[in-house]
Design a protein around this ligand. Structure first.
Ligand SMILES: [Zn+2]
Length: 571
């Protein structure tokens, strides 16, 4: 938790952004901003831009960015609280991290819950089926202890009755142990095998629960003051030695994948808890290793979320390879059926991730025809655009040229040219080329050129993709002040926000840019289709004399028309 937001904001407002960053980076004035060589990557052209008024910085070379707190955290390797305390001292304010004691309390309760689940596993008759399941998977009693495994009893209020009066239901809800329903609170984890999730020092901070039947098969703790899935890796405390020894992480998806690999002696296995890797996880991995080997099941590995995650890892400077498992196989299954050596061999045979991606695309198209080649280049385009490492881009070009029997030159012509964005007026419109509608809208919003009202009649935060949605949500909730907005966002989102706010982009016709972007964000054909449907349904309702239904449909139609008009502008 970010302490008291109002206090943090008051401290930030007093900090001299330029003065602070100047201690580490030599800044020169450039228009309304300052620029300098980024301290977070090898920067030959000054790629870092600082805006004093907005209190934001962003590096257009490596993508780092955020507010002064983010800068101090990154350069001095401080925690959020440490950075805020340091800034508070500088501006002569005091900052009591009111939640230091609070967090400790939450940690203790979580540890108690973990002990409770563990006791259910070994000391409760109802735990029998969990014991049987774990033994059958090859986890003996020693490993239950080592990994802190447990069992959540069936029923809605076992944990609640045990802890509710002692710790307060509100606290248990905050920790994700209880869920608040319409009328009452109840246990989140019921009749599930429990895998505690530990922080770096090995203390339990959250839980994953596996069902014996029914959905969802896996249930995690939600985001809590202690736990943020995007900043953690499952099994890290047990993997630290293995990671240090190999400088390589084997990244798997699930809890049992991690445990089975750990038990089989592949001690550098850690779990990403899902396939959508985040920048926070990439930063964490970078502290321990140079290379990552992704070992998801094949369908998940090829999914858009996983590919995006691999891009994040690669752009963070990590080597990324992908293990190719037989279809339908996961690491846990492979080790149990064919032994640790089979898994080790699969890891050794892992292919670089760009090769993995390109080969998948190739498998889907006919590369013997010109049309097929064109389609392949089309399919690679988005992926290629997101690759920031020049040598890697060249490798992709060569690989494609080889496989498509084309010259490197013609492959290059078929792929988008990537323009390095420099902060000078000459290149002022440079970034637009690679931007989509979401980037355009968010950048205009974050720079105050338009307000959320301008688009709220047409678009909602849900229209934005996952990565941009938190920013859209914060804007829609009325947080207009940029440096306050960053406080509402996690690290990855504030990095994006600083990028959109400081990117050197100018639109000759803002109004047109907004209209075009909205039309693409909320495509009209669908709305028009719905209008047609509604007209037909209105006729039917009128014929049937169902005027209540007719009224409802009419309201919907009026709303849709208004939406369409706003999107088209005032034509
Ligand atoms: Zn940089």
């Amino acid at each position: 938790m970010k302490g008291n937001r109002a206090d943090v904001q008051a401290i930030k407002e007093r900090v001299d952004t330029i003065g602070l960053i100047s201690r580490y980076v030599s800044l020169t004035k450039s228009g309304a901003n300052y620029k300098g060589r980024c301290p977070f990557h090898k920067d030959d052209t000054p790629s870092m831009v600082v805006n004093a008024e907005k209190g934001l910085w962003h590096c257009f070379g490596c993508g780092e960015g955020g507010d002064v707190i983010a800068f101090l955290m990154k350069i001095e390797r401080l925690s959020f609280i440490e950075a805020v305390k340091r800034l508070a001292a500088e501006v002569g304010m005091s900052f009591e991290a009111s939640d230091d004691g609070e967090r400790e309390k939450l940690r203790r309760i979580t540890a108690e819950a973990a002990e409770y689940f563990a006791a259910n596993l070994t000391g409760n008759a109802a735990g029998k089926k969990a014991r049987a399941y774990l033994l059958e998977r090859g986890y003996d009693e020693a490993s239950w202890k080592r990994y802190g495994l447990g069992y959540a009893l069936p029923g809605w209020d076992n944990l609640k009755r045990r802890f509710g009066s002692r710790h307060g239901e509100a606290t248990l809800v905050e920790l994700g142990l209880l869920v608040r329903g319409d009328e009452n609170t109840y246990d989140r984890f019921r009749d599930r095998t429990i895998f505690p999730i530990h922080d770096l020092s090995g203390r339990p901070i959250a839980f994953g629960g596996r069902a014996f039947e029914g959905e969802p098969k896996y249930l995690n703790s939600p985001k809590t003051p202690l736990f943020d899935k995007g900043r953690l890796l499952y099994g890290l405390p047990w993997a630290r030695e293995g990671l240090a020894a190999t400088r390589t992480a084997v990244l798997v998806e699930g809890y049992t994948d991690v445990l089975t690999l750990q038990q089989a002696g592949l001690t550098n296995a850690v779990g990403s808890m899902g396939t959508s890797l985040t920048q926070g996880q990439a930063d964490l991995l970078k502290r321990f290793v140079d290379d990552v080997v992704i070992s998801y099941d094949q369908d998940a590995a090829g999914g858009a979320a996983a590919i995006r995650g691999m891009q994040i890892l690669r752009n963070s400077g990590l080597g990324v390879r992908v293990v190719q498992l037989p279809s339908g196989e996961d690491p846990d299954g492979l080790v149990r059926r064919e032994g640790a050596e089979a898994m080790a061999a699969a890891i050794r045979a892992a292919v670089p991730f760009h090769r993995f991606f390109v080969d998948r695309v190739l498998a889907e198209h006919d590369r013997s025809t010109a049309r097929g080649k064109e389609r392949i280049l089309d399919a690679v385009r988005e992926f290629y655009r997101a690759v920031r490492v020049p040598t890697l881009r060249e490798e992709i070009e060569r690989h494609l040229a080889d496989l498509l029997d084309l010259s490197v030159e013609s492959v290059r012509r078929g792929l988008p040219r990537r323009r390095e964005v420099h902060w000078s007026d000459r290149d002022a419109q440079g970034a637009v080329e690679s931007w989509g509608e979401e980037e355009v809208l968010l950048s205009l919003l974050l720079r105050g050129e338009i307000t959320w009202d301008r688009i709220s009649g047409v678009a909602t935060p849900e229209d934005f993709s996952e990565g941009n949605r938190p920013i859209a949500e914060a804007l829609a909730s009325g947080v207009a002040e940029l440096s306050a907005l960053v406080d509402h966002l996690d690290e990855e989102s504030s990095r994006r926000a600083s990028y959109y706010a400081l990117a050197p982009v100018r639109f000759s016709d803002t109004d047109k840019a907004v209209r075009d972007a909205l039309a693409r964000l909320v495509p009209l054909p669908e709305a028009e289709q719905e209008l047609k449907d509604l007209t037909k349904q209105l006729e039917e309702a009128a014929e049937a004399g169902d005027w209540e239904r007719w009224n409802g449909l009419m309201e919907r139609k009026i709303a849709l028309k208004a939406k369409a008009l706003t999107a088209k502008g005032d034509e």
